[in-house]
Design a protein around this ligand. Structure first.
Ligand code: ADP
Length: 242
């Protein structure tokens, strides 16, 4: 479904992603976990087709920069960037026209309702709080009924109701066979629903685990996470935080 092969992304000489390869199948929820600066957002932006990179990325068998791939891709960035002068509902109309969607209004109403934006439908993008802007991003990305959804740190900045609703939506999408990638620096925020986890550090995937295997072995994922991500921290810093 999503096939990332030898992805390397350099900002000048610095490798933010260093030869990353992974596969996520239909209906799987995969987590890119790692501390700030590990390279999660960069990988997500490369998959979304927003950055140039070396390597190959395929979505549903299509190169990620092709129109076929873009048609089935939903991306919710870490920092929302709604159109300042479009209302909430106009965002829905804009996406519907851009993607030539048919019979979209009912779905748009439902998304707007679930994200508690119904009474904000006529508010302009610039008049909304950051959390509300993030909710618009979610509505826009999901309106197209994507087959692959990329969520960059989705739970930061959302209120508890929206987090609960979003988690319910993740389960519903998974049931329908949608593939989902979530980046996070907080493993506990995804513990109920991850299928695969890739632990990233310094631009590389340092460990990959499947839920079934972890459940069978009883491995402590949090311990694994810290053993990888704190390996190279200066001693003083480690002492201060312990
Ligand atoms: P994460 O999402 O895991 O916090 P990022 O992918 O945002 O990590 O960043 C990975 C590394 O790449 C960091 O060291 C960051 O400073 C660097 N980086 C990210 N974006 C840029 C950019 N536009 N130019 C230069 N360096 C960048």
């Amino acid at each position: 479904m999503l096939n990332v092969s030898h992805l390397t992304k350099k900002y000048n000489r610095f490798k933010a992603n260093d030869n990353i390869s992974f596969i996520v199948n239909e209906g799987e929820i995969a987590v890119l976990a790692g501390p700030n600066g590990a390279g999660k957002s960069t990988a997500i932006k490369c998959i979304a087709g927003l950055l140039r990179f070396d390597g190959e990325i395929e979505i549903c068998g299509f190169n990620n920069k092709s129109l076929e791939a873009k048609r089935v891709l939903g991306y919710i960035p870490e920092i929302p960037a709604p159109f300042e002068l479009l209302t909430v509902w106009e965002h829905m109309e804009f996406i519907a026209r851009a993607y030539r969607l048919e019979n979209w209004k009912e779905r748009a109403e439902e998304l707007v309702r679930r994200m508690e934006l119904t009474d904000k439908k006529d508010k302009l993008g610039k008049e909304l709080s950051k959390g509300m802007q993030q909710k618009i991003s979610i509505c826009c990305a999901l309106l197209i009924e994507p087959k692959l959804v990329l969520f960059d740190e989705p739970f930061v900045g959302l209120d508890p109701h929206a987090i609960k609703e979003l988690k319910a939506m993740l389960f519903e999408m998974k049931e329908k066979g949608v593939t989902i990638i979530i980046s996070t620096h907080m493993l506990d925020s995804v513990e109920e629903f991850w299928d695969k986890v890739f632990i990233m550090m310094d631009g590389r995937i340092e460990a990959e685990r499947e839920r079934k295997a972890v459940e069978k072995s009883g491995e402590n994922l949090e311990e694994l996470f810290f053993s990888i991500t704190e390996k190279n921290r200066p001693e003083k810093e480690q002492e201060a935080s312990s």
